[in-house]
Write a protein that binds this ligand. Structure first.
Ligand code: GDP
Ligand code: GDP
Length: 436
């Protein structure tokens, strides 16, 4: 389930984002289409010879308010913390610079494979320059050209060879969830409060070089949960941990590995733009979602406080209309004990399967009360509906012409399905196909 992560690291201008964009290709556009989500070019999925992996451009984490040496150090440390394999990028025309050596010194400390790539090796003369780079001490340099796309195949072959064997036990039947949200909303406090209450069974994953730590615990009623990526909640006080892009990247990585995502908001500060970015990724990824409003203890409340807050959330996160909202306090533990049962419920809904016969009864009734739309004298006909996937539940509608299924009628059908079956907490996808 969780794919390996590759980080590109190197001083500014060596071509990190050029290489990133080449490797990611058009995949990035998926992220750009999400409402409320800004273009993000630091974390994306990529593929080479059937190997899926996540790619990080550490240069995209903006630390420009920091002295240069801090920027270089922090970016290299992000790579060490986050990646399974590190690509150390340098540039042929400039040769080995002091800054390259500075990056190298930090990467020596990494207990992870590091591959040295020499970019801008656009022509044979420049490819000759690569021998100087042996002095950096990372073995054979790979000459590449982001401009021409040459050499990337050999580099990727080497990267893929370094991926850890998937010894991680992914097919356990515990419920995998994660907490995401911008810094200081209280994610670690909720984790600690939850774990203090529940019995922690395992608190590590062996057999991989990965730093990601999954924590398994058993709730009061015996259900087993795996909280993924708890390592990301550790506080180490590094500069980058408080940047927006790092927190978005962490969120994307956690979302990748879970079925249920708790989007944590801070009642004290209200909803910020960054909360929407983070939540947008979880929605886009099709995960089950619970909105957790933390620090509920900090508000002076009257009879309307909760309803008003909920209305604001519904307004600001319209695309998350399926997500339940819980108002909690990690400090006083108010309503925290509701979370395990709720996580279990939305997880069940996320993997729910509906029999075709039942489903077709619901759709037939819906069409009988609210006739299908017409366009230019032609009426939409829905012949048959079937569920083709779970996580999230995905339904295919066989119709006479998919163009005739307008957004509003699709919404109507989705609502009918939601009224007939409990899909609380999970997105559902409807796909119209022409019946041949
Ligand atoms: P970053 O700061 O490391 O992310 O570097 P960028 O990707 O922004 O690239 C810095 C500059 O180098 C840009 O002007 C790119 O067009 C240029 N560049 C990137 N790759 C190559 C390459 O393979 N050959 C040449 N000649 N220029 C390149
Ligand atoms: P994270 O960055 O999202 O992991 O946030 P932390 O768990 O580190 O919490 C940030 C700060 O908020 C800390 O000072 C916590 O003590 C405080 N905090 C967390 N949860 C609550 C809460 O429910 N109520 C109050 N009053 N403070 C909280």
């Amino acid at each position: 389930m969780s794919n390996p992560t590759v980080a590109i690291v190197g001083r500014p201008n060596v071509g990190k984002s050029t290489i990133f964009n080449r490797l990611v290709g058009d995949r990035i556009s998926i992220v750009e289409d999400t409402p409320g989500v800004t273009r993000d070019r630091i974390y994306a999925s990529a593929e080479w010879l059937g190997h899926q992996f996540n790619l990080i451009d550490t240069g995209g984490i903006d630390l420009s308010d920091q002295p240069f040496s801090v920027q270089i150090t922090e970016q290299a440390e992000i790579a060490i913390d986050e990646a399974d394999v590190i690509v150390f990028l340098t540039s042929a025309p400039e040769g080995v610079t002091d800054e390259d050596e500075q990056v190298a010194r930090i990467l020596y400390r990494a207990d992870k494979p590091v591959l040295l790539a020499v970019n801008k090796a656009d022509n044979p003369e420049q490819r000759q320059q690569i021998y100087d780079f042996y002095t950096l001490g990372f073995g054979d340099p790979y000459p590449i050209s982001g401009a021409h796309g040459t050499g990337l195949g050999d580099l990727l072959d080497a990267v893929v060879k370094e991926f850890p064997d998937d010894a991680e036990n992914e097919d356990d039947d515990t419920i995998r969830f994660s907490l995401i949200g911008r810094p200081n909303v209280g994610k670690s406090s909720i984790v600690n409060a939850l774990l203090g209450e529940e019995r922690v069974i395992v608190s590590d994953i062996s057999g991989t070089t990965r730093d990601a730590i999954n924590t398994r615990f058993t709730a009061a009623d015996g259900d087993e949960f795996t909280m993924v990526d708890t390592a990301g909640l550790r506080k180490r006080g590094k500069v980058y941990e408080n940047t927006e892009r790092y927190s978005v990247m962490r969120a994307m990585s956690a979302i990748d590995k879970s079925d249920v995502v708790l989007v944590v908001l801070n009642a004290e500060e209200g909803i910020r733009e960054q909360d929407k970015h983070v939540a947008g990724y979880a929605h886009e990824a099709g995960r089950a979602i619970i909105i957790v409003v933390n620090k509920w203890d900090t508000l002076a409340k009257d009879n309307h406080t909760m309803a008003n807050f909920e209305a604001t959330i519904r307004e600001e996160f319209q695309y998350l209309d399926y997500a339940p909202i819980v108002f909690v306090s990690a400090k006083t533990r108010q309503r925290l004990d509701r979370l395990p049962a709720l996580i279990k419920q939305v997880d069940e809904n996320h993997r729910k399967r509906i029999q075709s016969s039942t489903l077709n009864d619901v759709i037939t009734d819906a069409i009988a009360t609210t006739p299908t739309p017409t366009s230019n004298g032609r009426r939409l006909r829905v012949y048959y509906v079937t569920q083709v996937a779970i996580k999230p539940p995905t339904f295919v509608l066989f119709v006479n012409d998919p163009e005739l299924l307008h957004f509003s009628y699709e919404r109507f059908l989705e609502n009918q399905i939601r009224q007939a079956f409990d899909f609380t907490g999970t997105p559902i996808h409807l796909i119209a196909r022409q019946r041949k």
